[in-house]
Design a protein around this ligand. Structure first.
Ligand code: BDR
Ligand code: CA
Length: 318
């Protein structure tokens, strides 16, 4: 059974990912580690604890991580995507449990050392905690089974700038550090997560059959669906739906053959107009400047069987 640590910034689509990880019979969710991103880390930690109670799993430990990016000043959390509370401005109950008394990076390292080669670390927020964890323990890459990252984009336009996806631009230094380490790294970015969508009628089905968790996923997604509605209308698609960014990374851990990858050394640009841009060198040419040389390969998904991913998500939740 895959053991998973989920590094997250809940986040409406993060909550969908947490729901999938809890519901899937082949996933053992060891811990949530939180990071700033969709809201402050104080709020994303509160949301994580509260979501776990609503989903009936307050026993899953949570530890709080980075409040700000490694080097640059944080961008303000985007109220218009996930709401001011990061979870769609719904009345989330105050959590009855508390975060652990250790940082996210410490939790990641401790669990990786306790279960060598068994843990898949799935990061669905800015990569600050992951960069801190590998700095804390440089052996971390060899202790993990896999690192799966939701972030970046290869061929698709970005969702914060034409070049950059939100998780990568929120801490591009951390993303670049992560790409420079030699772990089995699979990136699930916008090339695939804009194709895997949850439609309103799927969310209604989940609400009808999944009790408190289903009701929560329905309530929290109202804000997100409204945000996506204007975009989908512009694209000529009138279905009410939202992108399943974060849950797609979780679905990958149990259904990897639904995804198609390119591979090569990767870098994330951390200054200037291309801030947050992911570039994978699939050519491996001997370029004049050495910025991509001596880096390990990673994989980035550029193809997906979206129907399979969506169906697996829905079937797991109902
Ligand atoms: C990513 O950014 C956040 O808004 C989402 O939770 C997801 O992790 C998508 O670009
Ligand atoms: Ca997220």
């Amino acid at each position: 059974m895959p053991k998973i640590i989920l590094d997250t910034d809940p986040g409406i689509d993060d909550a969908q990912a947490i729901a999938f990880a809890i519901a899937h019979p082949d996933i053992e969710l060891l811990a949530l580690t939180t990071v700033f991103g969709n809201a402050s880390v104080a709020l994303t930690t509160r949301n994580a604890l509260s979501i776990l109670s609503v989903f009936g799993r307050p026993d899953i430990p949570v530890s709080a991580g980075a409040e700000v990016p490694l080097e640059m000043a944080p961008f303000p959390a985007p109220d218009f995507v996930h709401g001011a509370d990061g979870i769609g401005n719904i009345d989330l109950p105050e959590p009855s449990t508390k975060a652990l008394n250790e940082t996210a990076a410490q939790t990641i390292v401790r669990l990786a050392r306790a279960h060598p080669s068994e843990i898949t670390l799935v990061a669905i927020g800015p990569l600050t905690n992951i960069a801190q964890a590998v700095t804390l323990d440089p052996e971390l890459p060899s202790l993990l089974k896999e690192l799966v990252v939701m972030g970046g984009t290869v061929h698709q336009a970005g969702n914060v700038t034409p070049l950059a996806e939100a998780n990568f631009i929120n801490d591009p230094h951390a993303a670049d550090i992560v790409c420079a380490h030699d772990w089995p790294l699979s990136i699930i970015g916008l090339d695939v997560t804009l194709q895997t969508v949850l439609r309103d009628h799927d969310l209604a089905t989940i609400r009808e059959s999944s009790g408190k968790a289903g009701q929560f996923l329905w309530d929290s997604s109202r804000f997100y669906i409204d945000f996506y509605a204007s975009r989908l209308e512009r694209a000529g698609d009138l279905d009410r739906a939202c992108a399943m960014h974060d849950a797609s990374a979780l679905v990958y851990t149990v259904e990897p053959s639904a995804f198609g990858f390119i591979s090569g050394p990767a870098r994330v640009i951390h200054d200037g107009v291309a801030l947050g841009q992911l570039t994978i060198d699939t050519q491996r040419e001997p370029y004049l400047l050495p910025y991509w040389s001596d880096l390990p390969d990673c994989r980035a998904a550029i193809e997906v069987d979206a129907d399979r991913v969506q169906s697996l998500f829905i079937e797991t939740l109902i």
